[in-house]
Unconditional design. Structure first.
Length: 242
């Protein structure tokens, strides 16, 4: 199994197309930051509160992780190499290996994004006469985002196995959260908070603006989405390979 995971990691990191993955990883937090200009309004905040506010968009990096987790699956379907992989290692090892590799890559990529984002936050704070101050709330954002990256990657990988299509999967894991979940968060938060993207985001910013779930309910919802989709993907995949 270790060899399969290592192979999947190397395969997912190869080629120029990986640049699109890095772009998406930064796109989602940037989208959250600039779609709500209130996060840039730092007047009257101390350094700790301002730092935590600017780090909050990282809570939605689980959406990026879903794309990362799906990439290793949908890429093979796109290039038509999945049959060779299934023949070589079998469905069970391919399924598990791709999910684990996707989660590992999502964690590593998230850590890199945290560094880049934190550097950007430092610059914004400096422009406002403030300094980077990592309070308990700030560390909670980081920790929650890492957990969210794992769940997001597993969800993305499962969706990839279910749809077996690169573009359909991208629409589900990227377009749906950005176009539908964020809209529902503004108009019907009582519905949006139970969506996978918003439940995962709540792990970093529980109860955010009284619209997201608290941590434990959010963790339960996130795990339920993850387990359910992975189970569906497994059953669908097993039926396909007979």
């Amino acid at each position: 199994m270790r060899g399969v995971i290592q192979s999947e990691v190397l395969r997912s990191l190869s080629g120029l197309s990986i640049l699109a993955v890095y772009f998406v990883a930064l796109l989602i937090p940037a989208f959250v930051l600039f779609s709500d200009g209130s996060r840039l309004a730092l007047a009257g905040l101390d350094s700790g509160a301002a730092t935590a506010r600017l780090l909050e968009p990282l809570a939605w990096s689980g959406i990026s992780a879903a794309f990362v987790g799906a990439y290793g699956v949908t890429r093979e379907y796109y290039y038509g190499s999945i049959e060779r992989t299934l023949t070589g290692v079998g469905f069970r090892r391919a399924f598990s290996g791709k999910l684990v590799a996707g989660a590992a890559i999502a964690i590593a990529l998230s850590a890199g994004i945290f560094v880049i984002w934190t550097a950007g936050v430092s610059l914004i704070l400096a422009q406002n006469g403030l300094g980077l101050t990592l309070t308990q709330d700030a560390w909670r954002v980081y920790a929650g985002a890492l957990v969210g990256a794992i769940l997001g990657a597993l969800i993305g990988g499962a969706v990839g196995w279910i749809t077996r299509n690169y573009y359909v999967t991208a629409a589900i894991v990227l377009v749906f959260p950005m176009a539908v979940e964020f809209a529902l968060l503004r108009t019907a938060p009582e519905v949006a908070r139970f969506s996978p993207g918003m439940a995962i985001a709540a792990l970093s910013v529980p109860g955010h603006q009284a619209r997201l779930l608290e941590f434990l309910p959010a963790l339960g919802v996130g795990l339920a989405w993850t387990a359910g989709l992975v189970a569906i993907a497994w059953v669908r995949g097993r039926r396909r390979v007979g």
